[in-house]
Ligand binder design. Structure first.
Ligand code: HEC
Ligand code: HEC
Ligand code: HEC
Ligand code: HEC
Ligand code: HEC
Length: 408
């Protein structure tokens, strides 16, 4: 009975929030708390009414999580909500046939069920994608192919909850694939081939190289202050913003990017020594094969005008080791986006947890009054941005992950 009372209080609180009444401001309760039989009835009604594919339906009770998720790339995974994905998908459909879109859907819009325009599709990697599952079958394909969604409408997480724990949906035993902080993630983030033998994305394999000591959730669902929503009883929760590089563009927050690499630089006898160490638990950069980073060294005069740069000819010309990225080739040995490649020609990214030391001789250093060193990160290389019609889009301009200025 005690737990019933607890839930009665929380449900009232949640409904109060849903109706726009803020509890902390001491608003009046419009109704008395329902008694037990009424609660049972209300529970089953709420359960049948809950549209699990609508993240807003979770907001009255899990508000903080819904707000965080809305900022995440998971909420933007549909082609109309992500210009880079949207234009790449369109290009591939044009070149490879419209059927290719169903492959993308298994990870980008896994709950779409074949209808790309449905609300469940627009919600991208939605709450239901991760929590309406009853099991994960690693190794049985990507995303939707490896996920079994429960028929019972139950929401499962990292904790074992009593069957009546939530008035809005069933709950159940903790799912190991969620609780271990990586198995669920790896159904979409493991590995993806562009063509047989040509690996496009390999975050999972890169993570294994690091001994899997840190789980995905440790860095991508960091613990933050505050309850998870109106029904949260704990003072902290795991963020559902899934921080990654895109935050630097969409939230003006480059902190996750900055966390990836520890860097330092010194200048001796006209040579800059740059030391990098990958602190993430996979390659840097990881993920989508177009990502790159580049160490840019510039000699500047007293007015800040550039006298010399190692990357004057573009990122890929920055010199050995200074360009961190993958280059793919087609059958003629021409550089192409991974999606149209027959081979991976080079991979100069920083390996998991690995250091790298660069020595770059600075040109025109005698005339320079300062030497600027930057580690710059790009979501997509210039030629690909052009191909996708995104050259003028903010996403095509790289961001600074780290920088320092040295005096000759
Ligand atoms: C009317 C309130 C309410 C609504 C609406 C609601 N939930 Fe819940 N949910 C709860 C309560 C209460 C719990 C139990 C919390 C606890 O005991 O820590 C819970 C628990 C959960 C858990 C944790 C399961 C676990 O084992 O850790 C997940 C996941 C979850 N809800 C997902 C959702 C999703 C997704 C939606 C929207 C589709 C949703 N909930 C809508 C009240 C609600
Ligand atoms: C195995 C799951 C999976 C499949 C299948 C998949 N993707 Fe992705 N995609 C991802 C993940 C995960 C990311 C996030 C970056 C990363 O980790 O690779 C992503 C990111 C992207 C990006 C970068 C988006 C951005 O905002 O920078 C593009 C473009 C993209 N995918 C295109 C496609 C296209 C087109 C298809 C279908 C032909 C497809 N993907 C199929 C999982 C998948
Ligand atoms: C990409 C997968 C993913 C998505 C999408 C996702 N979650 Fe979660 N969620 C998790 C994981 C993993 C945990 C468990 C974290 C931990 O404690 O280890 C979790 C935990 C939770 C919990 C328990 C929180 C607590 O601290 O007790 C609730 C409730 C929840 N999620 C609701 C939601 C809602 C609502 C949405 C949509 C707005 C959502 N989740 C979207 C993966 C996801
Ligand atoms: C020690 C912290 C850490 C751990 C553990 C970690 N990551 Fe990351 N991850 C980062 C940092 C920092 C970045 C930003 C730099 C980058 O994009 O390479 C990042 C970037 C990413 C990106 C963005 C890729 C893209 O194309 O935009 C994805 C996806 C990702 N991680 C997935 C994972 C997955 C899946 C796991 C578990 C297998 C994991 N990460 C484990 C720190 C971590
Ligand atoms: C059903 C597939 C799926 C699952 C499961 C999944 N993701 Fe993702 N994730 C994606 C897709 C697709 C994207 C890229 C969306 C886009 O850019 O359009 C993405 C993007 C990301 C990013 C990149 C954010 C950025 O700023 O670039 C991170 C980090 C991430 N996911 C972490 C996780 C973690 C941690 C888990 C496990 C708790 C997880 N994901 C589970 C499909 C998934």
């Amino acid at each position: 009975m005690k737990s019933m009372e607890r839930w009665t209080k929380r449900i009232v609180a949640a409904y109060a929030v849903a109706s726009g009444c803020v509890i902390a401001s001491g608003c009046e309760r419009k109704q008395d708390p329902p008694d037990a039989p009424a609660l049972a009835q209300e529970t089953s009604e709420a359960q049948t009414k809950l549209d699990v594919d609508d993240p807003q339906a979770c907001a009255p009770c899990h508000g903080a999580l819904v707000e965080e998720w809305t900022e995440s790339m998971h909420a933007r995974a549909h082609h109309e909500r992500d210009p880079i994905y949207g234009s790449m998908r369109a290009l591939r459909m044009k070149k490879q046939g419209a059927e290719v879109a169903s492959k993308c859907a298994s990870c980008h819009t896994p709950r779409a069920g074949g209808d790309d325009a449905s609300a469940a599709a627009l919600a991208g990697v939605s709450c239901a994608t991760c929590h309406a599952i009853s099991s994960v079958r690693p190794g049985e394909g990507h995303g939707a192919q490896a996920l079994t969604w429960a028929e019972d409408g139950a929401m499962r997480g990292a904790k074992t909850l009593a069957p009546g724990a939530s008035p809005a949906h069933g709950t159940g035993d903790a799912l190991e694939a969620i609780a271990d902080g990586q198995t669920l993630c790896l159904t979409c983030h493991g590995e993806l081939e562009a063509a047989p033998g040509v690996v496009a994305c390999s975050t999972g394999a890169e993570h294994e190289l690091g001994g899997e000591a840190q789980t995905c959730v440790e860095c991508h669902m960091p613990e933050v202050d505050g309850p998870a929503g109106a029904v949260g009883s704990q003072l902290r929760h795991r963020s559902h913003a899934f921080p990654g590089p895109h935050r630097a563009w969409y939230q003006r927050d480059a902190s996750q990017l900055a966390r990836a690499v520890v860097a330092s630089a010194e200048l001796n006898d006209g040579v800059v020594t740059v030391r990098l160490k990958n602190e993430s638990a996979h390659a840097f950069p990881t993920g989508f094969p177009g990502r790159y980073a580049v160490v840019i060294v510039r000699a500047l005069d007293a007015q800040g005008e550039e006298l010399w740069s190692n990357a004057a000819g573009g990122p890929a010309s920055a010199g050995e080791g200074a360009f961190l990225g993958k280059i793919y080739h087609d059958a003629n040995g021409e550089p192409v986006p991974a999606a149209f490649a027959t081979s991976l020609a080079s991979d100069t990214r920083l390996e998991t947890k690995s250091p790298r030391t660069l020595e770059i001789a600075v040109g025109e250093v005698e005339e320079a009054s300062s030497v600027e060193v930057k580690l710059v990160y790009g979501l997509l290389p210039g030629p690909l941005a052009k191909k996708l019609g995104l050259s003028e889009a903010p996403e095509a301009t790289p961001k600074v992950a780290w920088e320092t200025t040295l005096t000759p």
